[in-house]
Design a protein around this ligand. Sequence first.
Ligand SMILES: Nc1nc2c(ncn2[C@@H]2O[C@H](COP(=O)(O)OP(=O)(O)OP(=O)(O)O)[C@@H](O)[C@H]2O)c(=O)[nH]1
Ligand SMILES: C[C@H](OP(=O)(O)O)C(=O)O
Length: 232
Amino acid sequence: MLPKVVIPLKPDNPKSRLSSVLSDAERQTLLRLTLEHVVTVLKCAGIRDLDVLSKSPLPETIEKSIRTSFDDYENKRTVRILTDERDLNTAVNFYLKSSGPVLIVMADLALVRPENVKKMIEPIQNPDETKNERFIRIAPGKGGGTNMIYIGAPDVFDVKYHGQSFRKHLDEAKTLNLPVEIYDSFYTSVDIDEPDDLTEILIHGEGDLYQFARDILSIQETNGRNKPEHKK
Ligand SMILES: Nc1nc2c(ncn2[C@@H]2O[C@H](COP(=O)(O)OP(=O)(O)OP(=O)(O)O)[C@@H](O)[C@H]2O)c(=O)[nH]1
Ligand SMILES: C[C@H](OP(=O)(O)O)C(=O)O
């Protein structure tokens, strides 16, 4: 049985770190399209039990978009939308204490693929070669974040998002003596936080998200990193 997946979401004033390059409306569209991409990938990976843990009531457009991408009434697959206005860590840790084993997937993983999801939830072979359900697997984000984390022991594990959350989560697993693995993939390492991250969508993106980025942005080739610039 595949585990439950939860997507934490802050729909109000999303992606504020992109406000220097995208308008409010463009940031809302970006949130919707990256979320649609993530939810579609989860469905393609065979996930049936999906929760969205939102900081505030979801705008109708966002809820419709999530349900259109995931729900399948005929096969009794529907996303559950929960609201918790507390900060990210408090809300997620409260959720974990009643969730059972769960994969936490961030909504801004613009390049994630179904095979990445399947790899994140594969059983772990711990050192004495027995299978172990109570393990942790982390997909790090660039700059020290945690883009996905599989938590096999949510009754004891607490997330510590923001700052160097990747290292904090590794340390938490070791403190709890839980087997822990790091999942290394370019496609899971890219979360759309800073303007330069938008270049990755222009180069590696797919579908509506790629087209949206191409419609409003172009790549400014430099001697160093390629940078996104807004089309006039
Ligand atoms: N439920 C919940 N989700 C959150 C909260 N803060 C951020 N998130 C979600 O967690 C993921 C990573 O968030 P960030 O990239 O840090 O925040 P963001 O709002 O997307 O971007 P910034 O406004 O630039 O910080 C995104 O999917 C957010 O929507 C929160 O307080 N509660
Ligand atoms: C939630 C946070 O996202 P970031 O702000 O690092 O992208 C983290 O991954 O710890």
